[in-house]
Design a protein around this ligand. Structure first.
Ligand code: COA
Length: 332
């Protein structure tokens, strides 16, 4: 049976490291509070002129090189991000231009932290219908540009980065076994980020200057405790249901790659699923929560560090704003 297989992975982390000690200089916080509540010690921060598309392009080049695929061979580029360089064009189009992927259609996917997993799911459907297709899926963010650096509740959590995978069809038994995406827009207010200030057509308002008085910045806003609860519960239920559907048990999983939101969410999930922590890939202490980039960065690090062996059963699970969440089961 033809399946969508990841044949190349790449990632890109900005050079600049932001430590908890640095954050102590910015807001009223402490290394002790941050590490005990989140497990995060450092995160990477993009330079002023280092845009999301630049990180995404570097990650993509690594993935293409490993896959031995030239940019011209790409049919599609899906890029999960909530921090595109611009509202228009898409970040995916900017990456397409940089790569010279002249035969690829390119589009962004906004599913917050779940963007990469959403992209994998869609890529898999395309490849099922035409196994010769070559598809680049990227997750890339510069959340530091949308962080309220005066809000200690959120500014300690996030980091910048990008990860990418190249997929094509194969019938050698490996590849994506199944995946399932979920959303619940009714809970959007628990985790949100405004877009740029809106303009108001003069016929709608006598005083257009008043129009955006309510707009208090395009920052990430979050009700942390509620997000925590929903994240653990949603990922647990989604994982259990997918394992059951595929007729495998958690013991069959060789490596779980969960979204790197924070260590307490990961520990709660691990406890509920009853999977040994040694089987869980964790980067959150180094990079914080990089949103859509978190899972593809982990996949690349796991791949390059030898944590993934042919035949391994790999479980991805993610949760993010929207709410959106999802699970992917891969035979490596
Ligand atoms: N440093 C010091 N104190 C801080 C702080 C910081 N960086 N951030 C918050 N606090 C304070 C709060 O102001 C509060 O003080 P108060 O009791 O005087 O009001 C206190 O710490 C406890 O805050 P609380 O929100 O109850 O902490 P918490 O145990 O829920 O932990 C989070 C906060 C954000 C770490 C936690 O809710 C969480 O992990 N949520 C999920 C976040 C997430 O992963 N989102 C993305 C999902 S994709």
């Amino acid at each position: 049976m033809n399946r969508a297989v990841i044949i190349g992975t790449g990632s890109c982390l900005p050079e600049r490291v932001l430590t908890n000690a640095d954050l102590e200089q910015i807001v009223d916080t402490s290394d002790e509070w941050i590490t005990t509540r989140t497990g995060i010690s450092t995160r990477r921060i993009a330079e002023r002129d280092e845009r999301t598309s630049a990180l995404a392009t570097k990650a993509a080049r690594e993935a293409l090189s490993m896959a031995n695929v030239s940019p011209k061979e790409l049919d599609l580029i899906f890029l999960g991000t909530i921090t595109s360089d611009m509202a228009m064009p898409s970040c995916a189009c900017l990456v397409q231009k940089e790569l010279g992927a002249v035969n690829a259609a390119a589009m962004d996917l906004n599913a917050a932290c779940s963007g990469f997993v959403y992209g994998l799911d869609i890529a898999e459907k395309y490849i099922k219908s035409d196994p010769s297709m070559k598809i680049l899926v990227i997750g890339a963010e510069t959340l530091s540009t949308r962080t309220n650096w005066k809000d200690r509740n959120t500014c300690v959590l996030f980091g910048d980065g990008a990860g990418a995978s190249v997929l094509t069809g194969s019938n050698n038994g490996s590849g994506i076994l199944s995946s399932r995406l979920y959303s619940d827009g009714s809970l959007w207010q628990l985790l949100s980020m405004e877009s740029a200030p809106r303009q108001v057509c003069p016929v709608l308002n006598d005083n257009p200057a008043d129009a955006d008085k309510q707009h208090d910045g395009s920052y990430i806003k979050m009700v942390g405790k509620d997000v925590f609860r929903y994240a653990v519960r949603s990922m647990e239920q989604a994982v259990l249901s997918q394992l059951e559907k595929e007729g495998v048990s958690i013991n069959d999983v060789n490596l779980m790659i969960p979204h790197q939101a924070n260590i307490r969410i990961l520990r709660s999930l691990v406890e509920k699923l009853n999977i040994p922590i040694e089987k869980v890939f964790i980067t959150v202490s180094k990079y914080g929560n990089t949103s859509a980039a978190s899972i593809p960065i982990c996949i690349d690090e796991a791949n390059r560090s030898g944590r993934l062996t042919e035949g391994d059963l790999v479980l991805l699970c993610v949760f993010g704003g929207g709410f959106t969440w999802g699970v992917t089961l891969i035979r490596w």
